[in-house]
Write a new protein. Structure first.
Lengths: 305, 461, 296
């Protein structure tokens, strides 16, 4: 085996691909057990106190069959589902892919990269409401910054972006990516930074640098984290209504609505919260496999430790 | 909830006795208690101040305490719906335009019947405000009063008079029938654009032909219907009359006209996706010359801008319908309603009885700078504030909302109309014509079919 | 002859290597510029509006024509009716933000420690339970959450918001911590145990320091979640005194006055503390792993 492969094997071992692992000395017992339970108690308490009832109540709210019949009879529902699939599909995957690429950029040691990281964090730190409204105005056809710039600099009369379904949808996705990209980049960056230095050294000894090093050391070790982040972000993206609500407003003519905004519309504009919950729960057939996949991924990798 | 201190109770009752020159029989029966009240935050600070004063006056007179939380309009909707769904309700919710909440919750028997409160002032109130306060309860199977109305809103035209003049026109020349009234502003736009680069992007008409935003578009369309003879699309018995040829003709004419304005370039193209704030912004920035929007909040927001308020802005009431006859204004009612499960219904009702008295109501609305008009004709006739010519806009607005012919909103007739509004059916139809090239008949067909589906789900038997 | 050829080849490859490095450097600068413009454009728009006087907000100019700090002054001096309690609400934001961060990090790290390190056999129960939290998006759980806070008699207390937000942030923390935890070799823990440390000491002395990058990343997430969260803050708290600035910002949408310059100024001032906090803790992100005492 080359040194690189040995190093990666050690690395993988650390990450836990060896099937023998069983925790400290093969499992907790005795006094340790008490500690383990004690450490688990805070979260268990939170769960029992604040998750069980709301989730059960929420599921109960969305459980009447009549709600789903009503939902499917709404002419905009299918379009909304399509929008949501596009929104989540692109919004999550494009973003995480870019985040991953950016970790390579931000891990460099130059001073201006580090300074740029603070600027990069700004979209994440800005409150959602004003940020999205700012983007909405930026895209305004008549006096927004974008069209003003186009006119002043190139004498082009830009289109009315938010009057077109696809431009509106792209704007929503773009806004969502703009806001949340820094977050995932930071998470993945921290993951990348915790790849043990020794592995890189071993790979360098073996002559694997640059792309090969990336392919054989970085990629496998980050794969799990990347997958978990993708799955989690899909769950988050499904529930995000701020971006659509404030950037395109679901328009024009409700063609850019996503399930979250449609649900909120039912819950608070129409005043029928049960229907709102049903709207997001109608995404469960897609969401549940994701959640189960996530569960198995986490459990599987734990079981191997 | 805090406990009223004995001292407060004592001074309160003494105050009641001292001020009890006007005997108010209901106070004698109210037990001292505290009521939690949620209220809409005003659009201008003066409204909030006026409300707080009314509350303070009541507390002094009755010895009861009110725990007041005021919050923005949308937020109050969300919070009220959460409360009504979860059962954890305040004693009184005071809403400026509760069309989202009232019809549905009255239907589901989630509100307390307030007929006894309304009875105290019923004889003085306008018919529309009474109709706007009554809703059908599917459990008791009858209509009753669920809203204690203390204010009404109407929809005037807001016009930048200075822009009209710059274009070489006179507002006194404006035609007196609906369609021609709107069309008057077309040449205003054409002329203005000739005047220079600063008017490059100005539009004549701020038509809220949008599917975003809560109610502006439905309100607009309703008035187009009224102007075209289709006001009976929903009648007070809750029935939908889409089969009526007059209603259909009105709808088609309205959609045709509205989309025509847009397609001919007299409406900002952005209008298709305007949210609630965008049309206000547009008006303030003089991006268009006129619009048709509820209440005087647009003007009152600029009250500090003397030039605009006193010299440039103009408010006009309704012209006649297209048949040449006066058309009624569709008003909205605001006031207090009491959720079932409220802990202190007695104090809540007491407060509303107090509030609904003409002089109290009047003081409150005057304090709010007249953004809302009284639901009682006598107040308007008696208090010179309302019809005075000191203010450039109030007289017109009051004539529209209280004195002139008015009809009630459709939500009270049938909660299904709430869903029609939430689905933005009418502006959807317009959007179909504009964006998808549908014919007017096809678009109206589709809207009517959907409306029929929605109404079919609600049965009054 | 071969020497010179080898020599020239070395020289050639050195040059090649240098060119390659310059090209990469140049590409990075371009990328950096793109990131800079991309991140700042909407924020520039916010600044543009914040620096405008009330009249010229929608003038469509590319840079502030007559920049004025009036909006910022109004915010700082609480000179506008929506901002009457700005600093108090700012304080509330701090309380909520720091509490949620602390609780999330504490509870999340304890849970992932016991699941991932101590390998509690029933650990999978906790993981699945955490996942259940995400079955329904948080925005739709607002109503039942409102109900249950009422049942616990926590309505209108800041703690109701703190607990609700911690509930939503902790599962995420647990997942991320367990992912990071995998890069910490078990041998470290075991050698510490052999040395006589009890689990708490292992947690404090070994686990937490090595998890520093993850703690910073997740901590920032929790802080920003609590800092900018609107719906729960608003639903669970009824009085303006108890609200955070994120809720106060939403009031601006209620107005017909178009006070957008105030709103943007408020938002800008409000986004500064989390950035400062992030900047302060940033160096812990690069802690990385030391493999000192263990040879695998």
């Amino acid at each position: 085996m080359s040194t690189t492969q040995q190093a990666v094997a050690i690395g993988r071992g650390l990450i836990g691909r060896r099937p023998v692992r069983r925790g400290w000395f093969g499992g907790v017992h005795g006094a340790d057990y008490v500690w383990a339970i004690a450490f688990a108690l805070p979260y268990a308490a939170i769960f029992l106190a604040f998750v069980v009832y709301p989730i059960c109540f929420g599921i109960w709210m969305g459980s009447s069959l009549a709600l789903y019949q009503e939902l499917f009879s709404d002419p905009r529902y299918l379009m909304t589902v399509a929008n949501t699939l596009i929104y989540v599909g692109i919004g999550v995957n494009l973003k995480l892919f870019v985040a991953f690429l950016l970790t390579g950029f931000f891990i460099r040691k130059s001073w201006w990269t580090k300074a740029l990281l603070v600027v990069f964090i700004l979209p994440w730190a800005t409150p959602a409401l004003p940020a999205y409204i700012s983007i909405h105005w930026f895209l305004s056809g008549t006096w927004g910054l974008l069209n003003s710039a186009l006119y002043d600099m190139f004498n082009i009369d830009g289109p009315i972006y938010l009057n077109d379904r696809w431009m509106g949808l792209s704007a929503n996705i773009g806004a969502y990516i703009w806001k949340t990209l820094p977050f995932w980049t930071v998470i993945l960056l921290a993951g990348r930074m915790s790849v043990p230095q020794e592995l890189y050294e071993a790979a360098a000894v073996d002559g694997a640098t640059g792309l090969r090093r990336f392919k054989h050391v970085t990629l496998p070790l980050m794969a799990n984290l990347y997958l978990v982040c993708t799955l989690l972000d899909m769950v988050f993206a499904l529930g995000d209504f701020n971006s659509t609500f404030f950037v395109s407003g679901g328009g024009p003519a409700m063609s850019t609505e996503v399930l979250a905004t449609l649900g909120i519309r039912y819950a608070f504009t129409l005043g029928v919260p049960n229907l709102g919950v049903a709207t997001v729960m109608s995404a469960l057939p897609v969401l549940l496999p994701l959640v189960i996949l996530l569960m198995r991924k986490l459990r599987m990798s734990e079981g191997q430790l | 909830m805090s406990i009223v201190s004995r001292r407060l109770l004592l001074t309160g009752s003494l105050g009641a006795v001292a001020a009890g020159t006007l005997s108010r029989p209901y106070i004698a029966n109210a037990a001292a208690g505290t009521a939690t009240v949620w209220a809409t935050q005003g659009f201008v600070p003066a409204e909030d101040e006026a409300f707080r004063k009314t509350v303070a006056d009541y507390e002094k007179l009755s010895g009861n305490k009110i725990e007041l939380s005021s919050m923005p309009f949308m937020a109050l909707n969300q919070k009220s719906i959460s409360a009504l769904t979860s059962g954890d309700v305040p004693d009184l919710i005071f809403h400026d335009a509760p069309t989202t909440i009232l019809p549905q919750n009255a239907w589901n028997d989630k509100l307390v019947d307030v007929s006894d409160v309304v009875e105290t002032q019923k004889s003085k109130m306008t018919e529309s405000s009474l109709l706007n306060s009554s809703f059908y309860n599917s459990v008791t199977k009858q209509r009753s009063y669920y809203l204690c109305c203390v204010k009404q809103g109407a929809t005037p035209f807001h016009i930048w008079g200075d822009l009209v003049e710059k274009a070489g026109f006179k507002l006194s020349d404006v035609p007196k029938t609906w369609d021609k009234y709107w069309e008057f502003f077309k040449p205003v736009q054409t002329e203005l654009r000739k005047l220079g680069s600063q008017y490059r992007k100005i539009y004549g008409i701020g038509l809220q032909i949008t599917t975003v935003g809560p109610n502006d578009s439905t309100n607009l369309f309703n008035h187009f219907m009224i102007a075209n003879g289709g006001k009976d699309i929903v009648t007070s018995d809750g029935k939908l009359h889409t089969a009526d040829p007059a209603v259909r003709a009105a709808a088609e004419h309205s959609v045709n006209f509205m989309t025509g304005l847009y397609k001919d370039g007299f409406v900002p193209p952005e209008a298709l996706s305007w949210n609630d704030a965008d049309d206000n912004n547009g008006y303030h920035e003089k991006l268009f010359v006129m619009d048709f929007d509820g209440t005087l909040s647009t003007e009152l927001a600029s009250i500090k801008n003397e030039q605009a308020y006193w010299h440039e802005m103009v408010v006009m009431g309704l012209p006649n319908g297209n048949d040449g006859k006066p058309m009624p204004m569709q008003t909205g009612a605001g006031g207090g309603f009491i959720p079932k499960g409220a802990k202190n219904v007695a104090v809540a009702k007491d407060f509303m009885k107090y509030f609904m008295q003409p002089d109290v109501l009047n003081e409150n609305l005057k304090g709010g700078l007249g953004r809302w008009v009284p639901p009682m004709v006598q107040i308007v006739k008696d208090d010179p504030f309302w019809l005075s010519s000191n203010d450039p806009f109030r007289k017109v607005y009051v004539e529209e909302g209280t004195l002139g012919p008015t009809i009630a909103n459709y939500y009270g007739y049938n909660p299904a109309y709430g869903q029609v509004a939430a689905e933005q059916l009418w502006t959807q139809a317009c959007a179909e014509v504009i964006k998808n090239g549908a014919t007017v008949q096809a678009a109206v067909d589709k809207a009517f079919k959907r409306a029929e589906e929605i109404f079919a789900k609600v049965s009054f038997s | 002859m071969s020497a010179t050829r080898a020599g020239s080849r070395r020289l050639h490859s050195k040059l090649h290597y240098r060119l390659q490095r310059y090209a990469v450097e140049a590409a990075c600068m371009v990328l950096g510029f793109v990131i800079f413009v991309w991140s700042l454009t909407p924020i520039y728009n916010m600044w543009l509006i914040a620096l405008d006087s009330h009249e010229s907000i929608f003038s469509g100019s590319l840079y502030p024509m007559a920049p004025t700090l009036e909006a910022f002054r109004v915010v700082i001096y609480q000179d506008f009716w929506y901002l009457a309690r700005f600093w108090h609400q700012f304080g509330n934001s701090f309380i909520v933000g720091l509490s949620v961060t602390f609780l999330t990090l504490l509870i999340g790290s304890l849970a992932s420690f016991t699941i991932g390190r101590m390998r509690l056999r029933q650990g999978w129960l906790l993981t699945n339970a955490a996942l259940m939290t995400y079955v329904i998006p948080a925005s739709f759980l607002a109503i039942p959450m409102y109900r249950i806070m009422g049942i616990y008699d926590l309505s209108n207390h800041l703690s109701s918001v703190i607990l609700a937000l911690t509930t939503f942030a902790t599962p995420y923390a647990i997942f991320i911590f367990s992912q990071y935890g995998k890069s910490i070799p078990m041998e470290l823990d075991e050698s510490a145990r052999i040395d006589g440390a009890n689990p708490m000491q292992v947690y404090l002395r070994i686990y937490l320091p090595l998890m520093a990058p993850a703690l910073v990343a997740v901590g920032t997430y929790a802080l920003l979640l609590a800092w900018n969260e609107y719906l729960y803050n608003f639903l669970l708290l009824s009085t303006p005194q108890s609200m955070t600035v994120a809720v106060a910002l939403a009031q601006f949408l209620n107005s017909d006055e178009s006070p957008w310059n105030f709103m943007m100024a408020t938002a800008i001032i409000y986004s500064i503390p989390p950035i400062l906090l992030y900047y302060g803790f940033r160096r812990y992100m690069a802690a990385g792993l030391t493999m000192g005492g263990v040879k695998g």
